[in-house]
Design a protein around this ligand. Structure first.
Ligand code: ATP
Length: 203
């Protein structure tokens, strides 16, 4: 029986780079994936300690009467204020870190993926063994997101991009780069990385 800890691999990339698409391929290969951004949202609604800390900092209005997160309130009060964003991140990131560690403890695969848009920006890359950055030209990413998210304007997409590090900054910090431009094939790159990561895990 395998008892050793899996290799922890972070997979990141700016909005529309294709990290979720790449993760879908890894998932088909049987690789367990922790979706940190989705899990953060879940924890904000279900982790008792985190909920209490959010209420202490931002008031009872942070949750609706049925106990679910009051997204409209947080969007109007917290997210426009950088200091408040730093406070909420300081509460959510440690909760995600703890939850991820618990999740890893239950995994038996040779390696696992942690998908997050802001792996470098949040500092959580430091807890991982390897990092993959999914990169694509900015124009391609904007076109893809506009096709995918009809509700978003180009200006809103640029505002998100402005809060993320560029590929020029992330690629040199990463162990692997998946190039997901329209003229590159994604599946062979994922297969090649899968082979390398399995080899690293059995070394
Ligand atoms: P976000 O940070 O917003 O979650 P993401 O990095 O996870 O974005 P995806 O959702 O995987 O990006 O991809 C963005 C859009 O681009 C999706 O609609 C996806 O189907 C499409 N897409 C991804 N890769 C390719 C590709 N190689 N060719 C064509 N379309 C692609």
């Amino acid at each position: 029986m395998k008892t050793s800890k899996p290799i922890l691999v972070g997979i990141t990339g700016g909005i529309g780079s294709g990290k979720s698409t790449a993760c879908r391929i890894f998932s088909i290969l049987g690789v367990p994936i922790y979706y940190a951004d989705d899990r953060a949202k879940w924890l904000m609604s279900h982790d008792t300690d985190l909920k209490q800390a959010i209420i202490s900092n931002f008031g009872e209005e942070s949750y609706t009467a049925d106990g679910s997160l009051n997204r409209a309130y947080l969007a109007s009060v917290v997210f426009p204020d950088e200091q408040k964003v730093a406070i909420i991140n300081g509460l959510v990131h440690p909760a995600v870190k703890k939850d991820f560690e618990k999740w890893v403890g239950s995994q038996t695969a040779p390696y696992v993926l942690k998908e997050a848009a802001l792996l470098f920006e949040s500092g959580s890359y430091q807890d991982l063994d390897k990092i993959i950055n999914v990169s694509a030209p900015l124009k391609t990413r904007i076109t893809r997101v506009m096709m995918r998210d009809r509700h978003r304007t180009e200006k809103q997409i640029h505002e998100i991009i402005d809060k993320q590090l560029s590929d020029e900054e992330k690629n040199p910090k990463s162990d692997f780069v998946i190039k997901n431009a329209d003229n590159k094939l994604l599946i062979p790159q994922v297969l090649e990385l899968h082979r390398k990561l399995l080899a690293a895990a059995s070394a």
